[in-house]
Design a protein around this ligand. Sequence first.
Ligand SMILES: NC(=O)c1ccc[n+]([C@@H]2O[C@H](COP(=O)([O-])OP(=O)(O)OC[C@H]3O[C@@H](n4cnc5c(N)ncnc54)[C@H](OP(=O)(O)O)[C@@H]3O)[C@@H](O)[C@H]2O)c1
Length: 266
Amino acid sequence: MTEKAKQTTDRNAITATNNTVVSFPNEKIYSAKPYALIIGINSAIGLALAKEYSITHQVVGTARDINEANHNFTLVQTTYAEIDLPELYETLSGISSEYNVIINCIGLLHNAIVKPEKSLEKLSERSLSEYFRVNATIPALLLKTLVPLLPKKKPSVFASLSAMIGSISDNKLGGWYGYRASKAALNMLIKTTSVELSRSYPKTAIIALHPGTTRSKLSAPFTKNLPEERLYTPTKTAIRLKRIIDRCNSEQTGSFFHWSGNKLEW
Ligand SMILES: NC(=O)c1ccc[n+]([C@@H]2O[C@H](COP(=O)([O-])OP(=O)(O)OC[C@H]3O[C@@H](n4cnc5c(N)ncnc54)[C@H](OP(=O)(O)O)[C@@H]3O)[C@@H](O)[C@H]2O)c1
């Protein structure tokens, strides 16, 4: 048996529909805790948030490959492709009819085909499309798909991890065109959604969060010369972000928060 297959059979209960695989933790926990959904639970910050939220919430996470996960939360595998999102919704609503916290942790800074562009001449359609697809389009379609999982009559938060670098008014350094622009687009999508939902979901806050420079696969190539005190552990970042989310109410909908809790200019 391959290692991957072994990991799959090790998980307690796996159900599969067309595209979605769900893995439940080994210990079934029956509790009255509210549900929190971490989109991108295999991200460094997402997993740290899941651990923090598991103290107060029943945590469900999504990932592209649940066999890569070495933790024991309820996991839902998805491609995030538009065509698979209705099925993702069905699977998540089958686990819980409502989630009072949803956090999107997906983000792309570099991969085999993209790396941050230092100058205009490095721009390409392929690279810009990939940045916008992962950092703005997928999060926007997830918002569209998953908002019905938020309770209408109780307080709830939909937070998306953005980046201060996506603030247009804060852009003094330039560079990193695709990442900056796609996070700025994400910010606008968050803000616009917050305006629309303030009527239909009056108790919900739709917010963007800047986590601060945090040790992860995403940040690793760019943090070698950073002093230790300016590079935060995922746990430290998760504690800070949870504090902001937990204190957030619908009056703060449409805000962009720095990890310190201060509001950032868009
Ligand atoms: N770390 C920092 O210093 C820092 C600073 C500012 C903002 N942020 C933001 O914080 C968020 C979490 O980042 P992280 O540092 O925890 O990074 P990470 O550990 O590298 O996680 C990146 C996440 O993005 C997902 N992802 C990457 N490419 C994808 C694709 N093509 N399609 C779908 N999903 C994709 C990954 O999904 P899989 O697990 O399925 O691969 C993973 O969940 C990101 O939005 C990032 O922009 C991070």
